[in-house]
Design a protein around this ligand. Structure first.
Ligand code: BTN
Length: 311
């Protein structure tokens, strides 16, 4: 299901989120007939939106549920300068794959569940119903070398949306040492003007398979917070940080990132495609790298070994 800022059904949703309205009132506002309003309302109900008809008109109930129109509303409110369209799936293979196939930036792809969710380093991402799985397809007009920072601010945006959450460099989000969110960014398009898809998976209340329970968890294992609230605050944070990044204010963002990052001060083992690096994670560089024993590391799988005592 596709929703743009101009879609009639989205406009009807906006009117009803504001207040109960009759078919005639809605029709007048949008310049369509009452019967067109009725058809639109039925289509919305079929997609799971709860709308009741009373003598005085249509009433939207269950406003706090994350239905496709609410997803669109939050997205346009928080990221309206960068996203024009949302594509919503009950289920799909992978929102990152869908975003690349669609090939159009300024889009958010959302799925309630994924059958082939992709993790980093070719791993699989468990994506059962109850979590948040979405991909931002963006055209940041940044140099190739700046792109990893988009991923870093995505991790920061999630971590700041979840009480107690910390970042394990580069962009895993952990609560009390357990991973609750992973981010997979992929670049595609031309090297001179690359496009990026940023795929975010958050375990909110989806079941975690037994074999992953030692190092992964759902947010609901720690406290109770709704998917709508998390989605809204992640997008609000991302909107704010993405704007700063495009304005060239990485310095401020770096500071926020360092404050949330649990990796600094730890002895880490980083596995890159070429080697394994073991050392003290000292700082985050002005280029977004992790500084390990004085050396800049740009990508890799990071394991925290133990705390290091700075003297
Ligand atoms: C990781 O390995 O930590 C990254 C996991 C990224 C999962 C998200 S869920 C939404 C998007 N679609 C995918 O197939 N993967 C990302």
């Amino acid at each position: 299901m596709r929703i743009t800022k101009q879609s009639t059904d989205y406009q009807v949703y906006r009117i009803l989120s504001d207040r109960q309205s009759s078919g005639e009132e809605i029709g007048k506002k949008l310049g369509i007939t009452r019967s067109a309003v009725w058809k639109t309302v039925n289509k919305m109900k079929e997609s799971g939106v709860k709308i009741e008809s009373s003598g005085k008109g249509y009433v939207l109930i269950g406003k706090n549920e994350l239905n496709p129109y609410e997803i669109a509303d939050i997205t346009f409110k928080r990221l309206g300068d960068h996203i024009d369209e949302i594509i919503y799936f009950e289920t799909t293979d992978s929102t990152n794959e869908k975003a690349k196939e669609y090939g159009k930036p300024r889009t958010l792809i959302f799925a309630e569940s994924q059958t082939a969710g992709k993790g980093r380093l070719g791993r699989r991402w468990e994506s059962q119903k109850g979590g948040l799985y979405f991909t931002l397809s963006l055209d940041p007009k940044l140099d190739y070398t700046e792109m990893p920072k988009v991923t870093l601010i995505a991790g920061l945006s999630v971590a700041e949306a979840l009480p107690e959450a910390k970042i394990k460099w580069p962009n895993d989000v952990l609560i009390r040492g357990k991973k609750v969110c992973g981010i997979l960014s992929e670049l595609y398009g031309e090297i001179e003007s690359p496009l990026i898809v940023v795929g975010i998976g958050i375990n909110v209340s989806n079941p975690i398979p037994d074999e992953l329970k030692d190092y992964a968890a759902s947010v609901s294992d720690f406290y109770s917070v709704g998917r709508r609230e998390i989605f809204d605050s992640v997008l609000a944070n991302f909107g704010k940080y993405y704007k700063k990044l495009l304005e060239g204010k990485w310095r401020d963002l770096r500071e926020n990132f360092v404050n949330r990052c649990d990796t600094i001060g730890k002895i880490v083992k980083i596995t890159t495609s070429a080697e394994e690096i073991v050392g003290v994670a000292e700082d985050i560089g002005d280029d977004g790298s992790l500084i390990v024993n004085g050396r800049r590391v740009y990508a890799g799988d990071c394991i925290h070994l133990r705390n290091y005592r700075f003297t």
